[in-house]
Design a protein around this ligand. Structure first.
Ligand code: ATP
Ligand code: MG
Length: 502
């Protein structure tokens, strides 16, 4: 008997002619949380998809409780007790919680129609056993990302999973939601479930994982006990070098006002937002997920125009009614959700990058021309996009590389005011440092940057000033010198108005 519930031996995987997994081996013990770590494009998600039958391996063997298995499709893997929640959530937005949990295999009556009573009572039992409180009849589209994940986990466990795989489950969660998820993970582990956990946040791994396996460029590097490694060890294993400065913020003397927002409100969503953003400045926007920061950004960018208040760009009052207009005024907005707003999955990297500036190319009459190609190529290189070629479809890129394409796409519009919404979510440490360096350089060139981030180290490390929001209101504005983690957290969780214009 081996010690593993799941064992992979020498797994190889190719896409087209390109091999992306080179003989990876991996052993998962019952009752452990095993982290899978590696840079963007290292092959983590691909390995997971081989385990769950989405991809077929081109070489190697998979053993489940010492028995060699082969999964033709995800359903077979699920029936064998392997459950997974992926980087992209997969609920049906118009179905409710209970329907989503039993999607495709609703309990039926003798007559063959759906047994609604059983569906709701089973769903209720499952959620209760997981310690999750949700309205069973709420439509999936009305849920927060954390709640959607709970539904996915419940769905996974409706098939008595013994192995749970989570691919970047925490990237869109608030601190509190992460704590709740980890509570659930520990509970499942203590009951003997084996868990594979992927995250780019190393601190999470130290909090929840027992062992860690590192992949680099599709190859197995090492497996260690988490208690025996340091953060620096892990970075070195992942990227093959140490990263000395994650926040290379340059000192830039702020120039004139690029963007000024006064009493900006969107009825029922946020109210009375006031700030000035100078050329060369990075203004951080901190707050809990759901505080309204993205809504403010979208209002400024003309996606959902504000109901009152004013916006000035370079001293001129403007009414921005659409993103096109915003772009023509020199604004760019990199959205937080690359799946929904950032990327066209069925198009290749080049087309995705040139999308916002298509007009410029179209004027010359020929879309796929050399200019487009070289602009895309240099933007992709600047962002260190890792892909087989610039013609690879966005859909088939690794999650972090999709994020980089979205960044590259907006940078290629040469904005004067750049709004970045969670710019490094899902991006590995090495590239994070590169994205931060790029931001800092852009600011030094005089671009005004509004950076929304839920990662406090990033906010503290990269911002000249920090605006904090809570429940649709602005609760504080700190200078770089006076900001601390504690002050930001306290302002992000309190409604009292202590705005101090600086
Ligand atoms: N369907 C596909 N067709 C072609 N190439 C693919 C496909 N799926 C993945 N790849 C390539 O395989 C490599 C590994 O991607 P994978 O998604 O496994 O990375 P990852 O480690 O999960 O990265 P991230 O941290 O960014 O999520 C990447 O170079 C990616 O472009
Ligand atoms: Mg991935």
């Amino acid at each position: 008997m081996s010690e593993y519930v799941l064992e992979l031996k020498n797994i190889a995987k190719r896409f087209g002619g390109v091999e992306v997994l080179h003989g990876v081996s991996f052993g998962l013990r019952p009752g452990e949380v095993h982290a899978l770590l590696g840079e963007n494009g290292a092959g983590k998600s691909t390995l997971i998809k081989v385990i769950t039958g989405i991809h077929q391996p081109d070489g190697g063997e998979i053993f489940l409780n010492d028995k060699q298995v082969h999964f033709d499709d995800p359903l077979q893997a699920r029936l064998a007790g392997i459950a997974a929640i992926y980087q992209e959530l997969s609920l049906c937005p118009d179905l409710n919680v209970a329907e989503n949990i039993f999607l495709g295999r609703q309990p039926t009556t003798v007559g063959g129609s759906i047994n609604w009573r059983k569906l709701y009572s089973e769903a209720d039992r499952l959620l209760t056993s997981l310690g999750v409180h949700l309205d069973l009849k709420a439509k999936a589209r009305s849920l927060s990302i954390a709640q959607m994940q709970s539904v996915e986990i419940a769905r996974a466990f409706s098939l008595n999973a013994r192995i749970l795989i989570m691919d970047e489950p925490t990237s869109s969660l608030t601190l509190k939601e992460v704590a709740e998820l980890f509570g659930l993970v520990r509970r499942l582990r203590d009951e003997g479930t084996a868990i594979i956990f992927i995250s780019h946040r190393l601190e999470e791994l130290f909090e929840v994982a027992d062992r860690v396996t590192v992949l680099r460029d599709g190859s197995y590097v090492d497996t260690r006990l988490v208690k025996d490694v340091t953060r620096d060890d892990l970075v070195r294993l992942m990227v093959g070098r140490t990263i000395s400065n994650l926040f290379p913020k340059q000192d830039v003397k702020p120039g004139e006002i690029a963007l000024k927002v006064e009493h900006l409100s969107l009825a029922g969503i946020f109210e009375d937002i006031n700030f000035e953003l100078h050329k060369g400045e990075i203004l951080g926007m901190a707050g809990l997920v759901g505080a309204g920061r993205t809504d403010v950004a979208r209002a400024i960018f003309g996606v959902v125009p504000p109901t009152s208040g004013t916006i000035q760009i370079e001293g001129r009052q403007v009414e921005i009614k659409s993103p096109q207009q915003a772009i023509s005024l020199g604004l760019a907005y990199v959205p937080e959700d690359r799946q929904l707003h950032g990327l066209i999955p069925a198009m290749n990297i080049t087309s995705n990058i040139s999308l916002p500036i298509l007009k410029e190319y179209a004027r010359r009459g020929w879309l796929q021309d050399k200019a487009e190609r070289s602009a895309a190529f240099s933007a992709a290189r600047q962002m260190e996009v890792r892909a087989n070629s610039i013609w690879q479809l966005a859909r088939t890129l690794s999650g972090g590389n999709q994020q980089k394409v979205v960044l590259a796409k907006w940078l290629s519009t040469k904005p004067r005011i750049l709004i970045l919404d969670e710019p490094t979510r899902g991006i590995d440490v090495g590239t994070k440092a590169a994205v931060h360096a790029l931001m800092s350089n852009l600011a030094a060139e005089g671009i005004a940057i509004l950076m929304i981030s839920s990662e406090l180290p990033e906010v503290l490390g990269m911002s000249d000033r920090i605006l904090v929001m809570h429940e649709g209101q602005m609760t504080a504005l700190f200078s770089r010198a006076e900001a601390t983690q504690e002050k930001i957290i306290s302002a992000a969780t309190q409604t009292i108005k202590t705005v101090r214009a600086l």
